[in-house]
Design a protein around this ligand. Structure first.
Ligand code: ADP
Ligand code: ADP
Length: 247
């Protein structure tokens, strides 16, 4: 794991609960799906706090690998720059290794994975092998025209905290509220690449909506609402899910 520092998510808030049987019923294994710019990262930040889950965002893991010049980063860079997905075999191993770690034993929140049907198959098989399952797939729905506005105004801190120049500006222009670092625009948040990424989403990732609906795991959220409204809705849904699981 040394190559991927973000793979170390937040400490699970309930890590002092020892009984394995209890953990098995209350384990929350969540996946965020949605087009680029839907608000997955924005919601993930709140949900990891709500539920004390370790968070694995493949985009962050890959960008960090590129910045560090690791083998993974070298393999991923050209695809990311072009707005394409990195090949399945490059990303699947990274995520399965993270999910097998101790910190993910009581649950996890995945953002940006799976993004293709082969990735979803690999995840499902790996979890089934160890007697685990996905609790829910949270789809944040946002139409393409909204996405373009969101991504062109997105700014990110070094640590990956997300802002928007109009919809969620930092207190001091260009600086992260949390650590004061300079906010940057991602290279792939330029208009031509945004359109490419949207096309890739519709072509390769959207089939997962039917895939998970067919497995009765899909929960849909209207991502055009405010971040707080989207969060309230997701949190209520996940809390209900957990209650149902425990009954
Ligand atoms: P966004 O926040 O806009 O949804 P991400 O930060 O999740 O985008 O991903 C950025 C890029 O990283 C993608 O365009 C793709 O090149 C690569 N990437 C991230 N996750 C995956 C994945 N599961 N499979 C393949 N490529 C991925
Ligand atoms: P994703 O991780 O799905 O690519 P982000 O969470 O990075 O999406 O959000 C993309 C951009 O849209 C960011 O600039 C973010 O501040 C902004 N944003 C996120 N959620 C909302 C929302 N509900 N309404 C308006 N802007 C939003």
């Amino acid at each position: 794991m040394a190559d991927f520092p973000e793979v170390r998510g937040q400490q699970a808030a309930h890590s002092n609960v020892p009984a394995i049987a209890e953990q098995a019923v209350s384990e929350l294994n969540l996946i965020l799906v949605g087009p680029p710019g839907a608000g997955k990262g924005t919601q993930a930040e709140k949900l990891t706090e709500d539920f004390g889950l370790p968070y694995y965002a493949t985009g962050n893991i890959l960008r960090d690998a590129v910045a560090q010049g690791t083998e993974l980063g070298k393999k991923a860079k050209e695809y990311m720059d072009a707005g394409d997905l990195v090949p399945d075999e490059v990303i699947i191993g990274v995520i399965l290794e993270a999910l097998a770690s101790d910190e993910a034993a009581e649950g996890f929140l995945l953002d940006g994975f799976p993004r293709t049907v082969p990735q979803a198959d690999a995840l499902g098989a790996a979890l089934q092998d160890v007697g685990r399952k996905i609790s829910a797939v949270l789809l944040i729905d946002v139409p393409d025209e909204v996405i373009v506005k969101r991504l062109s105004g997105r700014r990110v801190s070094r640590a990956g905290r997300v802002y928007h120049v109009d919809f969620d500006p930092p207190k001091q222009e260009g600086r992260c509220d949390l650590d004061g670092s300079e906010l940057i625009q991602r290279d792939d948040d330029k208009p031509e690449t945004i359109r490419k990424r949207l096309a890739v989403y519709h072509d390769q990732t959207e089939p997962l909506v039917d895939y998970y609906e067919g497995r009765n795991l899909l929960r849909r959220f209207d991502g055009t609402r405010t971040p707080t409204e989207v969060h309230d809705h997701i949190r209520a849904t996940v809390a209900t899910l957990r209650l149902e699981d425990e009954l």
